[in-house]
Ligand binder design. Structure first.
Ligand code: FAD
Length: 460
């Protein structure tokens, strides 16, 4: 197996594409079934509406430039409701109000008594607002006063919403900016921009301006400077960049690629009003960007490794939904899934990461792992700035899913004696499985697009 080693640079020629496609063909039905046919994994609790953007004023997301005026709400009123971004972004299906703590405790007691157990880990839904030092995400119910709603993930599929333009770009920019780790004092973490690989990238007025600004970047060898100038990461090549930063970038870029795949595959044809794949959308965003596709596969390998590692962990996990028969089935289903995932580091070897962690720290005195964790938490906070309900929902689910995978890979030990036990909240388990489901269906969607491309070539 050509493993997706975290050490590997973006490699689009890796034979493991085919290996992972084969594996996905085998695993996808299990993952789909788990995500869509069990109550435990198809409802997600989150605070979708009350948090607000902690980084900038939401209103600033509106573009004041006259050229942007076509996208204002007034103009949206003029188009049929089904085509409006606002309509497309709406959540569907029943949305349960979050019960108060007292109510939840009352609800749980009979079930816990019935199970004859103490407080089962995953049953303590109402306590999932406590933050743990080892979390890579900010729990949505962080503060005791925060409200949460249950949302059906099945009724709200991730698809084209029409959310785009300045506001969406701002979010992605802010997310990629989190990849600018400060230079470690020791270790091999220096970030050196070695060359600009693309002609005038978006954000530059023209090629001359790009060349001028890039000279500055080269002088400083500074990724931060490049970001300030609006040079997208993928237009830069890096030398001697530390492995952990590369992994951070690939996780984000792969998540972005999965979102793009879903929206292109479930796109609204505004002429016919029908939903379906949009080949041009795929070509623009993915087909000609092998590094994005590579990062999507990377994420699949990464998530599979995390879910595979849960094999023993889930044996003691209580999947309580109030229906003991279904809970038993849920446990059997996740056990079967984790058993089919190859064990060992063939798919993704996380043991090479954070090796020198105790030895190196950055100028703020943070170890690389702490820095990595804080930055990932910031990405999860940025999700509250997303101005479309459905995108925010899936953005939050997926950052929590990747955050949980990081926690599983880097914080859950091997169950050695004296080792402190890491507890996964219900929302973390749900997010992890649904994120794997998203990436797994994205890989299937890529297969569809490849067939469409081949048919197009044959037809010419
Ligand atoms: P964008 O996708 O906005 O990309 C911005 C820039 O990032 C590009 O110009 C490119 O330089 C760079 N880039 C693009 N892809 C990658 C990659 N994979 N790796 C590295 N760099 C990259 N829209 C929907 O229709 N449905 C959704 O469910 C949805 N969910 C979203 C969730 C979040 C969290 C966010 C921030 C946005 C979401 N959007 C969604 C909007 C969508 O992602 C795009 O922003 C929008 O479609 C506009 O696309 P674009 O072609 O302008 O480029």
């Amino acid at each position: 197996v050509c493993a997706f080693e975290p050490k590997a640079k973006v490699s689009d020629a890796c034979a493991s594409y085919a290996d992972l496609d084969t594996l996905n063909g085998k695993l996808q039905p299990y993952v789909r079934n788990l995500a869509s046919n069990t109550d435990f994994f198809s409802y997600y609790r989150l605070n979708l509406y009350d948090k607000g953007c902690p980084f900038w004023n939401d209103d600033e997301g509106l573009c004041g430039n006259i050229a942007c005026a076509v996208t204002t709400l007034e103009n949206e009123e003029d188009i049929p409701a089904i085509w409006r971004a606002e309509e497309l972004s709406k959540l569907e299906g029943p949305k349960a109000q979050h019960p108060g703590r007292k109510q939840q405790k009352e609800r749980q007691r009979p079930l816990l008594d019935q199970l004859g157990k103490g407080v089962g880990e995953s049953c303590v839904v109402e306590y999932d607002d406590e933050c743990d030092d080892r979390d890579y995400c900010v729990p949505d119910d962080e503060s005791a006063s925060a409200k949460g709603d249950y949302v059906s993930l099945v009724n709200n599929p991730e698809r084209f919403t029409g959310y785009a333009g300045e506001a969406a770009h701002r979010i992605w920019e802010a997310i990629y900016r989190e990849n600018c780790f400060s230079k470690p004092v020791s270790g091999d973490g220096s970030v050196t921009v070695s060359r600009l690989s693309a002609p005038a990238p978006p954000g530059f007025q023209n090629q001359a301006q790009a060349a001028l600004d890039f000279k500055q970047v080269m002088r400083n060898h500074d990724r931060k400077e490049a970001m300030k100038l609006g040079v997208p990461d993928e237009a830069l090549e890096f030398e001697d960049e530390c492995l952990e930063k590369r992994v951070f970038y690939r996780v984000i870029s792969g998540m972005h690629a999965a979102i793009s795949t879903h929206l292109c595959h479930d796109y609204l044809n505004q002429t016919t009003g029908e939903w379906g794949p949009n080949l041009q959308c795929y070509k623009d965003r993915l087909h000609d960007r092998p590094e994005r596709i590579s990062n999507l596969y990377f994420n699949y390998a990464f998530l599979l490794r995390a879910v595979g590692k849960l094999r023993d962990y889930v044996q003691d996990y209580t999947f309580c939904t109030g229906d003991p028969v279904q809970d038993k089935q849920t446990k059997e289903m996740i056990t079967r899934l984790s058993a089919v995932i190859p064990s060992g580091p063939q798919i993704f070897d996380e043991s090479v990461m954070f090796q020198d962690d105790a030895l190196s720290s950055n100028i703020e005195g943070l170890s690389l792992k702490e820095d990595f964790r804080n930055r990932f938490r910031n990405v999860s906070r940025i999700m509250d700035c997303v101005g479309c309900d459905k995108c925010r929902l899936w953005g939050k689910v997926q950052t929590n899913g990747f955050g949980t995978a990081l926690k599983v890979l880097f914080e859950i030990g091997n169950g050695d004696e004296g080792e402190e036990k890491v507890v996964l909240r219900r929302t973390e388990m749900v997010a992890l499985i649904n994120t794997l489901d998203k990436v797994s269906t994205a890989l299937k969607a890529l297969e569809d697009f490849r067939i469409m491309i081949a048919a197009e070539i044959d037809g010419k």
